[in-house]
Design a protein around this ligand. Sequence first.
Ligand code: HEM
Length: 541
Amino acid sequence: MSLILVCLLGALSFALCKLLVFLLRRPHGIDLDGPNKGNWLIGNITELFEGGVDYCVHIAEKYGGAVRLHGPDGETIYVSDPLALYHIVVKDQHIFVDSNKLVFGEGLISTTGEQHHRQRKLLNPFFSTSNMRRLLTIVHPIADILTSSLVAEVPTNGLHKEIDMLPWLSRCAFDGVWQGVLGYHSNTLSTAENDSYTGDVGHELMKDVRDLRRIAEAMDRGSRKALAKKKAAFGLDDTMHSADSVSGEGDKKPSSQVKDIMDIMLKAKSMSSDPEWLTDSELLGQMNVMVFAGLDTTTSALTRCVYLLAQHPSAQARVRSEIRDAIKSSAHEEHIDVLSAELPYDVLMNLPFLDGVVKETLRMYPSLPLMARRATKATTLPLHFPTRSRSGADTSTVVLPKGTCIVISILAANRHRGMWDVDVPFDEDDTAPAPKSSAPLPSIKDGMRYPGVYSNMMTFLGGSRSCIGFKFAEMEIIIASLMLRLHVALPTEPNAEGHVKEIQWKLGGSHIPVVKPPAGDGVTPQVPLNVRLVTEEDFVR
Ligand code: HEM
């Protein structure tokens, strides 16, 4: 055998050994247990949407706070463990990123790193409790219009009428967000006519990515109009004004009359000596983001809350009675006409059962149930509750390769049995005694915490990318106004074929209510409820 051949064979054996060692040492993906891999192309991640809320909660209960799933990009982890979430959204949030830049321009949701930090620092004060409190007063008249419009729809003889509540509640959310963010009176509740912006955005829950793009474009058009008008009112540079001639009331508004979030931002801009401070494109981006981020989320929460009250008549009666009692005692008058009385803001925001109903809705059915992130480098996630590895042994850490996709399960976190005690006030059978505690929110076990910004739940996420508008998402005023005058119940009338409508909540990016076949098509978003005027029987006796 020639020397060359010996050398070649030696090199080949060496390379084979190296390959063997590499293959043996190669990590076998993420060492977590999880459901079967599913479809070879897209994996099993779509089962989250197909299986809906129950499946999303079930897999966390079965496999633990970190579950291995498979998506189109390979292995994905589905996280609801409190410590892991703390690392993802707070401690190591710079590693776990998400970007929607293409759709949202330069608004808060899409910016990252230093730009996001700068914008957030600038915007945080605008969302202070006192500003929010001021902004929330605009919701009052909107709630009144919603209720009186619905009262006008139902028979005066006490019989009910089936009404699809979705368009009413989404218009209400729309008017609230538009007016609160842009100071634009869209009045979709009181007029059937909408401009292209309100028409495109306001009336339906968003269904797919094409809708998202169309909505983003429509929002941009509307925001440009609103910005140009406001800049003129604040005496700021009017380049945008001339590009988009804006007519209408309110020109040259005195800067003391600051009413909405845009007013607050523009007033701050008009007082700054730095022309680069909050550029027009940043301002426009912020407006689009606020309206987009606030609209579907608020509609979804509001609709779910009304639906749950229809499903749980005793909770409905209790809410109604609590509001009536509070109005009477704040007016110091037993025989006051409750229906025409003002609902004082401070009284409303301090009603424990109403507060519990709103918080439970947000906890059990978070408007954004699943959020996506991606690990920008290899890292190790610690877990508070040990979870199952592939071998079935318990593990308290998960090693994540660079690029791993993460699904933050807000839904599973908010219902984690290791963290929360019971589900009240919406008990399954609606017969359980009402909780005695003055704070009817389920207690958090052993003082453990989720890193959420609100009530320890993850509904508004946590950390530097948490929801900036969560204080603006209060629903108490609207629910109180509705409940005081109207009674809602699930549909009861069979159609011509004898089928009664049953509402099903599908899971997309948000929750989509449809009527299940055969009574409905299972596709069109709607929430048909039997609505009638309230009678004395509808209060707790
Ligand atoms: C029930 C109502 C709401 C829910 C459940 C909700 C939930 C959330 C969640 C989960 C995020 C994090 C998104 C992510 O990191 O990918 C978020 C972000 C955000 N939300 Fe909300 N939101 C609600 C209402 C609102 C309202 C009314 C506004 C504005 C007036 C708003 C403005 C924003 C903004 C600007 C962000 C981006 C924050 C950032 O990236 O720094 N949200 N929201």
